[in-house]
Ligand binder design. Sequence first.
Ligand SMILES: [Mn+2]
Length: 366
Amino acid sequence: MKKMFVIEIDSSYYPCNSHNITAGISFSMKKKLQAFYKQFSGNDRVLVIINADPDAIASAMAVKRLLWRKVSGVSLSSINVIRRPDNIAMIRLLGIDMLYAEEVDAKKFNRFVMVDSQPNHNKIFAKFAPDVIIDHHPETDALAPFKDIRPDYGATASIMTEYLRAAKIKPSVKLATALFHAIKTDTNNFERQTRAEDIIAFQYVFRHANIYLARKIEKADLRLDFLKYFRIAFEGMRMRRGKVFAYLGTVANPDICVILADFFMRICSVKWSIVSGIYDNRLIVIFRNDGLRKDAGKTAKSGFGELGSAGGHKSMARAEIPLENIKEFIALGNDRTQLQWIIGRIEKKAEKTGTAFKKEILGLKS
Ligand SMILES: [Mn+2]
């Protein structure tokens, strides 16, 4: 079972009493803010280094705001090339300047801040020795003069909101919208493990955010060139007994298989959605179902486990099969017969497996 709204209040974090939670800023938070500011002086040129996702981007913006007029300059840089359409929309709509870390001349900076990551998460981080690390991932043995790692928080953006409040900085609409979107994304709308502090931070940034802008960012999961795959999916899809199968052929980005698999689940009569495509010399198969007495992970494994990697949760799963392992599939040559092969693979395996499985995939009575 997925944990819903798990709220843990760590009273030790608030030195006085629980009323401090509603008061907002604890005594220890003010001390942390002071210690954070002690790492910087007026002539510093600061580089914030992230692995860009909504939480990291929003947290980096918060660092930039905290240091505004306190140092000579703050630049943001990302170790990854930003490709996800929603992240591209976030950068564009919130007017964020982001450098690509591998192209940054580290000598131009004398202070380095890492948010939402720790140095050993990626080898590109090794190029920089961070003076400050603020993160919510499990603690590694990272070393830095200032470290604030809180693994039980749902988002680094919640921690950064506490810093802004301790500094008595009212966030701009763009910063608040970024933090709002970050907390929503990293807690998967509070469906993942969340602390009371995440909810308090969320309530605070909500008051200053532009909800329509946040919605546009959240919904912007398509690129214009993805639209052609909708046509391919609609024209070639097979639907029977509440199961949709679609095969997209070669795709420019495997995310489109995920987007279409989720899209088909929006049809009220659909119980299973299985969307596949070829990317980077692999056959990618995405499984989704309605979560009622079904196991997508098992279905993926039994259909494709012996050919490549396959697995997942009860309602979401994925298989990735190197094309060299399925020469007979490639030899089929056209989308219609290839889709038939994929359906056969899943159904034939289903026939051989147990009764419950027959029911869920084939819709058989016994
Ligand atoms: Mn995060």
